[in-house]
Structures are given as C-alpha cells and as structure tokens.
Design a protein around this ligand. Structure first.
Ligand SMILES: O=C(O)CCC(=O)C(=O)O
Length: 265
C-alpha cells in the first residue's frame, strides 16, 4: 500500500483560494498512491485562531468540494487533514459554539467516507477550547488491503486511551494529521513511536511545515511500523513523504511478539 503524506508549508500571506488550488494540485500529483494525507487545519491555519471563524465552512463547502474533486481525479483515498467546520444546519454544540475541528476522508470516487471531530482540544484556557466544540465519537474506517484506520488529530496524540479504544475496535493503523509546533517536535516524534509500539499499529502522521501566526511548525511527518520502526520521516520543510507499507506486517508483528494478549483489563 502506497502512502503519501503531504507535509504542507504555509505562511500568513497566502490567500485561501490560492492555498486550496495549490493543495488540490499536490493531491492530484499523488495519483498512484492508495492513501494521501494532509495536515490539520491547513485551510484555516493551525495556529491562526483569529482566522478560524472567517475561514470556517460546512462539510459541503468549497474546501471539501475541491478536495473531493482532487481525490476523484487522482483516484486515491484522501484524508483531507481537517477544516474549521461551521455547519450550515445551524448545529450548536453542548458548550454553545458552532465550530469543530473536523477531518473528512474521501474514497477514490470523491465520496465522503468518514468524518471525525477532534476530541481533545488544544490550547488549555485559550485556543480550541475557547472557540471550538469537542468531538465525542470514535471513528474508524476500512481502507484497501485490510487496513482498518483509526482517526485522530494532533493533540489527541497525547491521550493513549483513545488509541487503545481504537485498537479495541480493530484498528491496524492510526492516521494523524497535525499542526504540531517545532518547540515540542521531540514529543511528537516520541509519542508517534509510542502509539505504534503500544498498540502494534501502523502510524501515518502528517504534520505542518513553515511558520504562520508567529509559530514555527515542526514538520517531521512520519510513517511508523507496528514494531515502532520509523520507516520514513520528513524534515522540517514542505515535502511529500511517499512510502510503501505491507499491511500484513501488523498480523506478523502481533504474532511474533504477542504483547497485546497479556493485557489485564
Ligand atoms: O500537544 C502539542 O504540543 C501540540 C498540539 C497542537 O498543536 C494541536 O493540537 O493543535
């Protein structure tokens, strides 16, 4: 299975239409991959809190529509990172807000195959908890070659119980888009490996590069095997990381080193 992680770099100057066009072209260029992954909140700006409201949109809005077309043209499964979702339905969350950090995954025909609303919001008293609602639902989807992917986003990575819950729902891979800063990139690298090792799953993790809203992003997107071996890792700049993985490795790893059978619940 060929995975392409598009580690996008962006700054504050690029307009939203220009960025959408650039990203759609990058996705189309990945024809031949089976799964393409984009970073968290690339259209709204991961740390551009002040822009989120203006750049928010419905799942049927222009960003998702452009991604659906790009997935269809390339014939790939596309994890579109995430958008600042503001539903046209007028939906209001339990905290009275109407903004979510929402991932959309497209099948190769461009249809939406899954959506996931980020559960753990980053920013403590500010940032996401102040502006966004928290997602509540565990989301997994079946990809080709028997890969069952659990969805999560960025800060979720710090909460291992989410990945255990996905494991218990049959996960063999974790797909993790992020806007994780350079300041804590060593934690990112370590936690990606930890999630792979403790759950014996593949990790496909796509971070952001560049500097926006005064924050330097960490890059270092990675594909990690269920043994914890780093199969490929990006640097700090914009890069497409393309890696071929063998989904059978999950069963082989779990059979050769059956640590999960020793769990005591
Ligand atoms: O946990 C971190 O250090 C970064 C998390 C983050 O930037 C996010 O969730 O958007």
């Amino acid at each position: 299975m060929r995975i392409a992680l598009i580690q996008l770099a962006y700054g504050d100057a690029e307009s939203l239409p220009d960025r959408v066009e650039r990203v759609a072209a990058l996705v189309r260029a990945q024809a031949g991959a089976e799964l393409v992954v984009l970073p968290e909140l690339w259209s709204a700006g991961g740390f551009s809190y002040r822009e989120w409201d203006e750049r928010s949109q419905d799942i049927a809005g222009p960003v998702v529509t452009a991604l659906a077309a790009a997935a269809r043209d390339a014939g790939v499964w596309l994890h579109g990172g995430s958008i600042a979702e503001h539903p046209d339905s007028g939906e209001i969350g339990v905290e009275g807000k109407s903004l979510w950090n929402t991932s959309v995954v497209f099948a190769p025909d461009g249809e939406v195959a899954a959506t996931y609303r980020k559960i753990h919001r980053f920013g403590f008293a500010g940032g996401e908890p102040k502006l966004m609602e928290a997602g509540t639902d565990l989301v997994l989807l079946d990809l080709p070659d028997g890969v069952r992917a659990g969805l999560s986003t960025c800060y979720d990575l710090r909460f291992p119980e989410l990945y255990r819950a996905q494991l218990d729902e049959g996960a063999t891979a974790f797909v993790i888009p992020a806007a994780w800063p350079m300041a804590r990139v060593e934690a990112w690298r370590l936690l990606l490996q930890a999630r792979a090792i403790e759950d014996q799953c593949f990790v496909f993790a796509c971070n952001t590069a560049g500097t926006h809203a005064g924050t330097q992003m960490g890059g270092h997107s990675a594909v990690i095997a269920p043994t914890g071996e780093v199969l490929a890792e990006a640097g700090a700049d914009e890069q497409v990381l393309t890696v071929d993985v063998d989904p059978a490795t999950v069963a082989q790893t779990r059979e050769a080193f059956p640590v999960l059978a020793d769990r005591r619940l």
